[in-house]
Design a protein around this ligand. Sequence first.
Ligand code: NAD
Length: 421
Amino acid sequence: MALYHSPLYQDALAQLEMAAEIMSADPNIIERLKYPKRAIQVSIPIRLDDGSVKTFEGYRVQHNQTLGPGKGGIRFHPHVDLSETTALAMLMTFKCALVGLPLGGAKGGVRVDPNELSRQELQSLTRRYAMEIGPFVGPDKDIPAPDIGTDRQTMAWFMDTYSQIHGYASHGVVTGKPISVGGSLGREAATGKGVAYCVNFAYEKLNQKIDNHTTVAIHGFGKVGVPAAFDLYEQGAKIVAVSDYTGALYREDGLNVHDIAEFAKERHVLKDYKADGVKHITNEELLALEVDVLIPAAIDSVITKENMETVKAKMIAEGANGPLTKDAVTYLSERDVFIIPDILCNAGGVIVSYFEWVQGLAHFFWDEDQINKTLHNILQKAFAEVVEKADLHKCDMKKAAMIAAISKLEAAMKLRGLFPG
Ligand code: NAD
């Protein structure tokens, strides 16, 4: 079935089933969590700059809405398909539950290479996609956000389209918006900041401290990788390697991440970056570096059965969604690599998205300090809950995070019951 074939979906399912077995979860609840509530496929015809019409395929999947409206990003990428979107929507259900948000799980995407479209074409694509999935989204139904290939401009176009259709400015329909149209302070850096917070919590748990001997490699220097690099760099860590899809940069004594981020902002690719002492290596070489912390923050399934034996990092902070396959998690956990699971590690983005949604509904905005402090507290509590489950069930952090999420969903789903009864 188109919905269930992808390795990412199979992996998400396996994670669910493994956790369910350890915690002896109610099989009827697990049966319901295996499938999305609703999966929408839409055609998006747009007029290209040369006057011709081209049709793209788009999706929005709502996995579970027991705890609240759906929440999840919109991805513009050539590999997007219904099954990958379904898996990502499922992970969003667990992520929101784990960190205690009153939100369910959803995800959307368009199968397109955004780099091949002009700004005008991208705007047409976003607006038509927003219109096609319009009946199924809204502040009380499902609230999209940016993901790979989309950004705050995409969200501004989405919000405007929805608002034009409904006849009023709807601040609550998407998050990750620019500040001037109801965005939240701190949202752009939130996911990476959350990754850095989680690395700190992990160091505390291991009775260690981040200092200028701590080495970090970041796979994927984008919206997640950059702020994570900045925060760890501020704390004194040496960011020895960063990468994008064109390759990686390496410097044993640490890179100047601010300079590299400035360079990347100008739409430059890292293979063209030059600075004293900076070597160019491949992404595979980056993943195999002997570092204290490896942060895969690009795409899913980068550490698999094929390359897991080459990984030498002591700690892996999953900035991306599903960067380690099931086999890689099992193999590395058995070798005492401390893995901070994606649904915890990258939850900073959805937490501040939640703050943005709340601020939008209340038409009242918080300062950045309050946002970062509340983000820190929520993640700290969730991290402690995962550690507690890991100790209780004597399992790795990845399984423990799923157990913590499923426990909350199980309790709520039992209380709400199964409609129509
Ligand atoms: P992004 O598009 O801003 O950055 C992705 C980075 O990865 C870019 O530097 C890109 O060049 C690089 N990349 C892409 N393919 C690669 C490859 N094959 N090898 C090496 N590098 C590659 O995307 P993002 O928003 O930073 O998202 C990254 C990951 O984090 C995704 O898995 C996303 O689902 C997840 N995530 C993002 C957020 C968020 O708030 N942006 C929140 C939670 C999870």
